[in-house]
Design a protein. Structure first.
Length: 125
């Protein structure tokens, strides 16, 4: 009896984390748009559309990372690492609150999974 072929666990963890991150940034972007429409200033109102756009772009980049890593495109791995390092640095240089620390922790774990599981992510399945 043959065992079913499964994707490497590091790949499953990384893609799941990218999907969760995309969902999180999509939610943040939508909430920022909602605050702008309702006129609730968490930052100056003129900056809210830009911030929402950046959050939605980040969600799209996370989703793309998940899809391409899931297909095991080797050329995309450096972009996924750079995206997560950029996100971690942006979190550090922003106002640090409890949510920021949670996001930073999540980003660092994902970076660790990508680096530690690099060889298994690109196994031929």
């Amino acid at each position: 009896m043959t065992m079913p072929v499964t994707k490497p666990s590091a790949l499953r963890i990384a893609t799941t984390m990218f999907y969760l991150s995309a969902l999180m940034w999509l939610t943040f972007g939508i909430l920022t748009i909602d605050r702008h429409v309702r006129g609730i200033p968490t930052v100056p109102l003129q900056w809210q559309p830009l911030l929402a756009g950046l959050m939605l772009a980040n969600a799209a980049a996370m989703l793309l990372s998940a899809i391409l890593l899931e297909k095991q495109h080797r050329f995309y791995y450096p972009f996924a690492i750079a995206l997560m390092i950029t996100n971690a640095l942006a979190t550090i240089f922003d106002q640090i609150g409890l949510v920021d620390l949670a996001i930073l922790f999540f980003d660092l774990i994902l970076i660790g999974v990508l680096i530690a599981g690099r060889k298994s992510i690109f196994q031929v399945v």
